[in-house]
Every structure is written in C-alpha cells, then in structure tokens.
Design a binder for this molecule. Structure first.
Ligand code: 5GP
Length: 114
C-alpha cells in the first residue's frame, strides 16, 4: 500500500489535532470540517479502503465505530445524534486511501446525502 497523509499523521510527521488514541486507533479533527464536530477515526494498521478489508479486520472495524460513538458520548452529543460515514473508493467519495470513519455531530444531518 502506498503511503498516505494519514500514515504521516500516525508517525507524527505532520501535525494533526488529535482527540483520541489507543493501541489500535488514532482520531483527529478533519482539516475541512463538514459539521461542528468532524473527527476521523483511523486504524494505525492501514487498510486502504473498506473494499480491501478482510474478515480478520472485523473487530478493528467495530472498534472504530465504537470509539466514534464513545467520543460523541464524551462530548454530550450522542443523545441528540451523530453520523458515522465510511467513504469507499471513487463513487463513495474516498480521497485518502487509508480507511477511516468520519464522525459528524453538532448539527442536524440530512438524508439522502449528495
Ligand atoms: P475521504 O474523502 O477519503 O472520505 O475523507 C478524507 C478526509 O480527510 C477529508 O474529509 C479531508 O478533509 C481530510 N483530510 C485530508 N487531508 C488531511 C490532513 O492533512 N489533515 C486532516 N486533519 N484531515 C485531512
């Protein structure tokens, strides 16, 4: 897999506003926020996209979602609600090929997305 901007953030080669970290996950604020809270939850072990994820990645994928929900709870935004999104490949709008979960919170989300 080619190196990505997120790999550089994990290695602290470029700065990011990190809000959560554990052995497997790093979370930091999106550079171009689409909601009052817009945080990216990424696995430290890179997977290029959801399409490339394998059965052995199932627990890690669950942990990313749970970490996002826990952070929304910590901010007091879970009860009002939030959205998690994984964009996959070109039609999904993925631009960084290091799988990540977007956490969006702090405003009413619309459906369907554009
Ligand atoms: P995608 O479009 O791949 O689902 O999401 C990539 C996200 O990464 C975008 O929302 C974009 O704003 C964010 N992003 C891209 N480069 C950087 C960066 O260098 N730092 C941070 N914090 N976010 C970035």
């Amino acid at each position: 897999m080619t190196d990505t901007i997120f790999a550089k953030i994990i290695r602290r080669e470029i700065p990011a506003d990190i809000v959560y970290e554990d052995d497997e996950i790093l979370a930091f604020r999106d550079l171009n926020p689409q909601a009052p809270v817009h945080v990216l939850f990424i696995p430290k072990r890179a997977i290029a996209s959801l399409e490339k994820a394998e059965p052995g990645d199932a627990e890690l994928l669950g942990k990313l979602q749970l970490a996002a929900a826990a952070y929304a709870r910590e901010l007091g935004m879970a009860e009002d609600g939030f959205r998690t999104v994984i964009n996959c490949n070109t039609h999904g709008g993925q631009t960084v090929y290091h799988l990540h979960v977007h956490l969006l919170a702090g405003r009413h989300m619309h459906w369907p997305p554009g």
